[in-house]
Write a protein that binds this ligand. Structure first.
Ligand code: COA
Length: 247
């Protein structure tokens, strides 16, 4: 089965992360498929919203760490970069549902979603700085906007992990929903968005999101800094430590 499943439920295009044996860690190939899914949703007038979900009781452990190491050695990072650029400029509403762990880009991609529903067992972390890396996907701009500077500093600088209740009280997510009804609940919200008068909804969303050029400029600045950080001995050691422990 594909590691990213692209399916449809009425006017909702669903993107499902499906690499549970590796905690849905995102590879270049998966980013490419996610970007292709967004492209399909953007260009198909019958699609009114996107739902992002995951298999295996875990959202995603973030970027595949072996891919990070390869990128630092001159390997391909374009697919991840292209996905982040695309999600930041995607025009249709996005709904996400999160069970279990969401790490790194598993949290920062949520900042581009409009509605987020999480299970009681959801657990989030943004360990970039601990790994010698930097926040990405516009999160240094979007997270403080969403949860305030004090909380964003604790989450991005101290890299404190947080649970579903904290995510709700911080205003990061819309609701906590029992695991067994989470997907249906989120699907219902995505369908409700897709059924709204399209032009009004898209314009309202665009106004809510504000200046996408500002977000895109921050993404580019973060990417440049991230690329440099990835090559440092500190980051290489932190990533190698994870891979060695895993072996
Ligand atoms: N990249 C590549 N592989 C990953 C991964 C990642 N980001 N996260 C998990 N995996 C792999 C593990 O290597 C392991 O593979 P193996 O069975 O072949 O050894 C498998 O997924 C299961 O992970 P494991 O660590 O055994 O699960 P756990 O439940 O004990 O811990 C996490 C889950 C998410 C806490 C832990 O896997 C982790 O910290 N992952 C890295 C998260 C991270 O730092 N991401 C980058 C953010 S910038």
């Amino acid at each position: 089965m594909a590691e990213i499943e692209i399916s449809r439920s009425g006017a909702v295009l669903e993107l499902t992360l499906n690499r549970p044996a590796k905690k849905n860690a995102l590879t270049s190939d998966m980013y490419r498929q996610l970007a292709a899914g967004l492209e399909e949703a953007e260009s198909d007038a019958s699609i009114g919203a996107v739902l992002i979900k995951a298999e295996g009781g875990v959202f995603t452990a973030g970027n595949d760490i072996a891919d990070f190491v390869r990128a630092a050695q001159g390997g391909e990072a374009q697919a991840a970069v292209a996905f982040v650029r695309k999600i930041a400029r995607f025009s249709k509403p996005m709904v996400a549902c999160v069970e279990g762990i969401a790490v790194g880009v598993g949290v920062t991609l949520l900042l581009h979603c409009d509605l987020i529903y999480v299970a009681p067992d959801a657990r989030f972390s943004l360990p970039f700085v601990n790994l010698g890396l930097l926040p990405e996907a516009g999160s240094s701009l979007l997270l403080p906007r969403r949860v305030g500077m004090a909380r964003a500093s604790a989450l991005l600088l101290l890299a404190e992990s947080f649970d579903a209740g904290e995510a709700l009280s911080a205003g990061l997510v819309n609701a906590v929903v029992a695991n067994d009804s989470l997907v249906e609940f989120a699907r219902g919200k995505a369908a409700a968005l897709a059924a709204k008068p399209r032009a009004a909804l898209l314009q309202a969303r665009a106004f809510l999101r504000g200046d996408t050029d500002e977000v895109s400029a921050r993404i580019e600045a973060e990417l440049a800094a991230f690329g440099a950080a990835l090559k440092t001995p500190e980051a290489q050691a932190a990533l190698a430590a994870f891979l060695n422990k895993s072996k």
